[in-house]
Design a protein around this ligand. Sequence first.
Ligand SMILES: C[S@@+](CC[C@H](N)C(=O)[O-])C[C@H]1O[C@@H](n2cnc3c(N)ncnc32)[C@H](O)[C@@H]1O
Length: 292
Amino acid sequence: MITVGQYVERISAVFDEAELFYGHGTDNGYDEAVYLVFASLDISFDDPSAYAREISPQDREIVDARVEERISKRTPVAYLVGQAWFGGMRFIADARALIPRSPLAEFIAGGCVPFVTIPPRRILDLCCGGGCIGLFAAHQFPQAKIVLADLSADALALAQENIALHKAAARVSTLQSDLFAALEGRFDLILSNPPYVPLDEMLDLPSEYRHEPALGLVSDDDGLAIPLKILREAPDYLADDGVLIMEVGYSHEQLSERLIEVPLLWLEFANGGEGVFAITRDELLRYREQFK
Ligand SMILES: C[S@@+](CC[C@H](N)C(=O)[O-])C[C@H]1O[C@@H](n2cnc3c(N)ncnc32)[C@H](O)[C@@H]1O
């Protein structure tokens, strides 16, 4: 007999031995093993007594097969178990969209202060993937209407499933759009985690990332083509006192160098993460020429 706790320890050691890459919600083999075992067996992460529970041979068979796939194919755990957590909310996750991991969760959980002072009425999640950012914003701002926009029909189908999961259809809608092309009206807040990985760096990413859709990662022009286009077009879709919050991850140094005169306000995160900035509509208009 083996307990859940012992089984997690064993898998954690196997993961460490296999030198996996952790970058999709965990940063070490032990947490990855907990994620895989608990989510596979539908055990609550908040249940400390679960570690002492005996694990059945049938359950081990299910998890062992996933351990094997995690190692041999480097499939991220979120795709193996079909779910991921963002801001404490559970989302359906599969290869139709990137696995939620943006540090924006912390910012949204904090009410987007100091940029949001009155409750936003319309929020746009641009490049929404499976919809985690916009749906978490819907949860934090219960009076807001949210649009989830993405170019990928697959990602939007997943976003629809997540809207249904969170019973949010009354306030959250999806729209297929090439950035702002199909959007109408103005938003108090635009949240965006667009693709920002340069093509040549994509080829060097660990194998785990190759399970995710390339459309969600790659952007031309050193990773900056899509972020710059968003900066250029966003003021036409922001309310007068609206704010754009955008993640550019590790491309933040390149963007700062390129936009040396622009006052991008880089956010700091207690829980880790970097490369997210805020900029108001007024500033976007003032520096518009720089975004060409
Ligand atoms: C980095 S993923 C972010 C997904 C999600 N927001 C998240 O944080 O997990 C970027 C998303 O941008 C979408 N995308 C790529 N090019 C786009 C474009 N031109 N217009 C709209 N969406 C685009 C991709 O389909 C992908 O879902």
